[in-house]
Design a protein around this ligand. Structure first.
Ligand SMILES: NC(=O)c1ccc[n+]([C@@H]2O[C@H](COP(=O)([O-])OP(=O)(O)OC[C@H]3O[C@@H](n4cnc5c(N)ncnc54)[C@H](OP(=O)(O)O)[C@@H]3O)[C@@H](O)[C@H]2O)c1
Length: 326
């Protein structure tokens, strides 16, 4: 009997410690965002949706930028149902990052409808997407996660500069550490020989950290700060194409462990929330678990960041004029 009780206590304590440990950092900032406009890409599910709820609870006006407007409207209904203050403004707008015309149209709408933006959260993303090209001719994962956000950010910079303080957060991942310079160039230039779509994801996330670094320099004399954030390992739909998790049997086998070590979307949103709310105005940095962390040596390299920014401008030259730069 006593052995049984002691065993239950030990197993319970170990499980509790693991859950606490893997839940990661919590944002304790109490800052209010009443009336400040924050744009979140990919806010129809996962981390983006959870973040939207956290921000709405702090009074922000939200623009949910979604490729599926119906899903975006469902997210809006859910968020409003959770709020005490039903007067929070939430706008749902169409944005498909795999279609540059859609990005331009979305940005034009915002430029016409808003006088300033406080926050841009470049959150939308795909993982382990089958290889292929968008109709704009770029690798799908790279355009969704990086190139689309690169263009979007530049098209919204004027609105961000009009806010007294403004913040851009790029959702990255620890996967940025798993790729090298060769992969970076091969995927960006759409060369066939890049290793896999897993590599394409790592490259897109490395590209976002490099972009964060270079953009922060270009914006150094402005009111806009830019940081990248790693949400951690979070239970969301992003794994829908990843065989070990999309297969229901394999998923069921891993489920007990995942319950202990994988974050909920609300927990995954904490580092992004921290980047938006903290009084620390450092810029060009990489955050993880609500703390500043060093990114990989490639991502921390100023020369590579500058060269990669220029390479991006070069490959996007059909869509991007020098006037669009900062
Ligand atoms: N989950 C993790 O463990 C993890 C770890 C590290 C980093 N991240 C990053 O966190 C971010 C959010 O991911 P998540 O886990 O919350 O995944 P998620 O639930 O799948 O959310 C991704 C969002 O991006 C949207 N999206 C995909 N392609 C798009 C496109 N072409 N145009 C516009 N929106 C598009 C999706 O729209 P639909 O709803 O229409 O599909 C969805 O709303 C991603 O950047 C991801 O790389 C996640």
């Amino acid at each position: 009997m006593w052995k049984c009780i002691a065993g239950t206590i030990i197993v319970g304590s170990v499980a509790y410690t693991l859950i606490k440990y893997f839940a990661g950092g919590v944002c304790h900032c109490t800052t209010r965002l009443d009336g400040l406009v924050i744009v979140i890409t990919g806010a129809s599910s996962g981390i983006g949706k959870a973040l939207a709820l956290e921000l709405a609870q702090r009074g922000a006006t939200l623009v949910l930028a979604c490729r599926d407007v119906e899903k975006g409207l469902n997210a809006k209904t859910y968020i409003l149902s959770q709020l005490k203050n039903k007067n929070i403004k939430i706008f749902v707008k169409h944005l498909d990052l795999c279609n540059i015309s859609s990005i331009v149209k979305f940005s034009d709408t915002l430029n016409n409808e808003f006088s300033e933006i406080y926050g841009l959260v470049n959150n939308a993303g795909v993982f382990y997407h089958p290889q292929g090209l968008t109709k704009d001719g770029y690798e799908i994962t790279l355009q969704t996660n990086y190139l689309g956000h690169f263009i979007l950010t530049h098209h919204l910079l004027n609105l961000l500069k009009k806010s007294v303080h403004a913040r851009i957060i790029n959702l990255s991942s620890e996967a940025h550490r798993n790729v090298n310079i060769y992969d970076l160039k091969a995927v960006t230039k759409c060369q066939n020989e890049f290793r896999s779509h897993f590599v394409a994801y790592g490259v897109s996330k490395l590209a976002l950290v490099l972009f964060t670094k270079e953009l922060s320099k270009k914006l150094s004399n402005t009111n806009v700060i830019v940081n990248s954030a790693n949400p951690g390992n979070v239970e969301t739909k992003i794994f829908r194409n990843f065989p070990p998790l999309s297969n229901p049997w394999l998923y069921a086998l891993q489920w007990p462990i995942r319950c202990l070590v994988v974050k909920s979307p609300k927990q995954g949103a904490q580092t992004v929330l921290h980047c938006l709310l903290t009084s620390n105005r450092s810029t060009g940095q990489y955050y993880s678990d609500c703390k500043l962390v060093l990114p990989s040596p490639i991502a921390a390299n100023d020369k590579i960041a500058k060269e990669y920014y220029e390479l991006t401008l070069e490959i996007l030259s059909d869509w991007f004029t020098t006037e669009s730069e900062c």
